[in-house]
Structure formats: C-alpha cells, structure tokens
Write a protein that binds this ligand. Sequence first.
Ligand code: GP9
Ligand code: MN
Length: 627
Amino acid sequence: MRKFNPSSISFVAIAIVLLWIKTYIVYKTSFDIEIENWKQEFILFMNPLSFLMFIFGISLYFNEKKRNRYIIIASFIVSSVLYGNVVFYRFFNDFLTLPVLFQTSNMADLGSSVNSLLNVTDSLYFLDFVILITLIKLKPAFITNRSFSKVESRTYLLIAVAISFLNLGLAETERPQLLTRTFDREILIKNIGTYNYHLYDLFLQSKSSAQRAFADGSELVDIDNYIKANYEEPNNEYFGIAKGKNVILISLESTQSFVVNRTVNGEEITPFLNDFIKESYYFNNFYHQTGQGKTSDSEFIVENSLYPLGRGAVFFTHSGNEFEATPEILDENGYFTASLHANKKSFWNRDIMYQSLGYDRFYEINDFNVKEENSVGWGLKDKEFFEQSVQHLKEMPEPYYAKLITLTNHFPFELEEEDQLIEPFNSGSQTLNNYFPTVRYQDEALKLFIQKLKDEGIYDDSIIILYGDHYGISENHNRAMEEYLGEEITPFVSTQLQRVPLVIHIPGHAGKTISTVSGQIDLKPTILHLLGIHTKKNIDFGSDLFLDDKMEFTVLRDGSFITKDYVFTREICYDKSTGKQTDQNVCDRYKEKAKNELEYSDAIIYGDLLRFYENIEYRGDLTKQLK
Ligand code: GP9
Ligand code: MN
C-alpha cells in the first residue's frame, strides 16, 4: 500500500489552490461586487472551489503525463474565461453571457476598443499558469504526481460534491430561489461563482437553442387563427384620441389595488391617487399576470401583450428573441423611446432585453445622481427619481414614450423617519405594517411628479399611465392581511388581491371608473389604439380596454382565471358574488381558453416564433406564406 507523504503536495492541489486564490483576488480587484456582510464574503471566497475541484478532478483519471498536460490546458482555459470577463467588465461593467457573446453589436463595440482595454500588466492574470509550467519543467521535490487509489478519488469527488452543496445551501439562505428566479448576474456570480455561472448560462442557452431549433413557424398558424378570432376592431370613440402625444408610463412598485381608497389607522393610504383617478380612467378590475420575473415580467407583458414564462424570467432566458414590442412599434411611428430606472442596468438583464424590445435609450443608475443621502432600501428614493427623471424627459425629442420604474415601495419596505407620512399598521407582520407608509410615500412622490410635469408644461402634451407591477404582500402574510381586511383570506380572496391599479390620464378627458375584468396583457393594444396605431397585424393576447364589449376574462400566470362572474383558482370555481365555491361547469368553458392562451404564448417564446412573422406583410395569407 502507498503511504501518504504529508511533505509532498499534489500538482492538482497546487493548480486548484492557485486558480482559486487568483479568482478571489480578481473578484476583489477587477469587478465591483457589493458585499454586505461576512456571510456573503465567505460565499464569494468559496464559490470558485467546487467548480475547480470538478474540472481538475477529471485529471485524476489520466496517467501522469496526460494528467499534467490536462491540468495545464484546463488552467489556461479557465484563466482565459476569467480574463475574458475582466476585459468585458472593463467596457460593459457587466459579466459575459453567451447571448451577449453572439450579439454582434456589443462585440463590435468591444472589438474597436479592445486595444485600449488591454494592459501590459494583464499578463499577471496568467501568473498561476506560468507557475504551473515552471513547476512541471523544474520538477521540484515537494510535488508528487503519483496516481490516486479508487478510495482517494471517491473521497475527492465526495468532498467536491459536499462543497458544492454547502455553497448552494449558503447561497439559498442568502438569496432564496436564486436559480429559478435569476434576477441579476452580479448576485448570481456572487453566490455561485463566475465559472458555475457560465455553466448555468450554457445550460439555459442550450435549452432555449434546442427549442428554437425545432420550431419551423408552422406552429404560428394555429396561434394566428386564435388571435384573429379574438381580434376586435378598435372603438372609434377612443381610437387615436392621443395621437402624437407623449406617453409616460409609470410602473408602481409592488402596488396592489387594495390600498386605493382605503385607510390605515384612519388615514388615507393613497390620497393623491384617490384624487387623480377621479380625473382619469381608472380600471378597478385589472390584474397583474407576473411570474417569477416580477417587475421584469410586468414590463414584458405590458409591452408585448404576451404572457411571461411559468419558470424563470423571460428577460433572462429569451432576451435574444424577436419581439414586436411597444417601444419598437412606436419607434417606427416616429417616437423616441426610453426606459428610466435608477438601478444597475444588468438587473433583470434589462440592458440586453431592452435592445430586443427596441428601446432607444435606457437611463440607468449611472444617469442618475444617486448618493447615500437620497437613497433608501433598494436605491434612489422615488421623489428624487421622479425629479431627476423630469430633467431627462425635458431632453428627449418629442413625441416620446418613457417608462419610469419606481423602487421605494419594494420589500422590505424601508423608509426614513422624515419620509414617513403615516404610521405603520400594527400586526404580527412587519412587512405588511411597513408596506402602508412606503405606499403612502410613493403616492406623495407621484403627486410631486405630476405637479412638476404641470410646471414644466409636459402634462398637457402627455398621456400618463400608472400601473402596479405585481403584488407586494405575499400569501406568507395572510394572517396579518386578514386582520387588516377584516375577512378570511380564501384562495378566492387571494386571487382578488392580485388586482393592481391601472390609471390612464388623457388630457382633456374627464375619465371614469371602468370595471371590466382586464390584465396587464391588455395594455399594449390599448396604448397603441389611443395613439391611433392599428394592431390588427400584431400577435397580441390582450385586447383594447376601451372596447365597448371587451371580453371580461383574464388569465394569471399560475393558470387561475377571472371572468365577469367567476374566479377559478387552484382547480376550484368560485362565484364572485358570494366568494363561495360553485358548480365547476360554469368555469369549464373558460378552462380551455385559459390553457390555450398560456400554451400559445409559451410556444411563441420557446420557439422564438415571431422571427417567422417578421417579413409577413399581410396576415390573411399566413398559412400560405409559411408553406
Ligand atoms: C429592480 C426592480 C425591482 O430593478 O425592478 O425588482 P423586483 O424585485 O420587484 O422584480
Ligand atoms: Mn417590482
């Protein structure tokens, strides 16, 4: 039996440790990764290890000569990937992803300036590689290269697996649903490490490429027929009434309808909104339809009239797809289109996805003056955000379509003393308690913004659309919600709580409250029709909210649906007038429709089907044209 000699170190171990330490040093020196506590620092430190153990562990199955060669080559490739990220980061302030690598415009930008991005000192990024080669050449006595026994290899593998799980487990406690939600590259890299991240990215990419490759466009025929059958001509009374006006679309973070026209501790929660809806069109049966992609899903639905995905965020998984989004259509109609959001541009992969949606400009965190003093919770306070956004609006060529995404009313609903205009609620849930003051703050910020638009003369030239992006209070807070609402939260009530406010203000229009059942999916055709743009050729699952006889039907991403009289959720049909379970049959006839809508929309996204639609001039001939 071979004896273990503690004074000798295996070459594999040296390669791993060198690359591990190097990766950590690179994290700290070449990337700007925000660390909030020691646990995050520890995760960051350990995250390259499991991947490196696997990659270099493969060498244990080779004989000595091949093993050394393998270690050298692997070390070079891994170092190059790391270095590639460093160079990319210098330019884009972001990590590499496969879609980005193949996005030619990005690469062209990078290519032209690549010289200025490389430094002589960059050779240091390959220092460990040089050390490995030197060691092999000199063969010093402290290195062993003996073969490993089966038991040793297995122990090695077991340790690698254990480290991976420890890493994932720690990451999960730090960021629940890390992999299924995939919200931000930086957060992912912080938690699973840059190498595992690339593997994960590769997995996502191959999955969607395969689904895309198998699609040939024939799937579109059924979908097109379905859409055509549901299409209604716009209402003449509203078509084109806002032609040529600016569109200011405001995403209200985590704002649910239950706060509108309600009080907490005897005080109004949204006094401004309550007044504003009196001079606007207010939709009080409007539902969010988001999934795991939260804000990004709401953006996706509103601008594409497609459903988001059941798993993951479409902003991440299908950012390279062909879309026919509102910004692109408006751009073709002479509009300047911009999104304004004071967060990192990579969050929700917005920087990449916005190109596919056809945005002309993304005003992200670097376009705002964000300081410690004007920030709270997730970043720039809404009041400051709106104020600085007005400056950007003033610079935009008119007419413009500007989407403003607020942030202060985000979980965990933090607020500074000076911004707290009402007292929190008093229940067992701090989340619900603090939700009210932040909603109140957002309402105040909106009031100031609208006033500023008036002062700047923007108000009368613009239609202003406010919508809640998704729920703010999850079902985890049902008990506290029951206390607040004074009723039991059944699945029926839970579904009704998915209503978010939608307010459309059109200058010169008195407005009214419209109670038709509707959802975020309906906004795209609604906006286009108000601006006098036809949508007959679009693949939109929603319909114009101003139709006289709009079908009262909305599907949520979990398959629940709402009609004029019924709510169907968790396989149970509820009568809206009583809130009680009713005969299943009355819901049955909508079930098929709900299922079809989600499946058709998914097929479009997974198969990237709109790319087949691009050059089709006249919809009527679709079947023929695709043959
Ligand atoms: C982040 C903001 C909030 O940029 O959109 O994201 P959310 O967690 O609500 O999806
Ligand atoms: Mn949100």
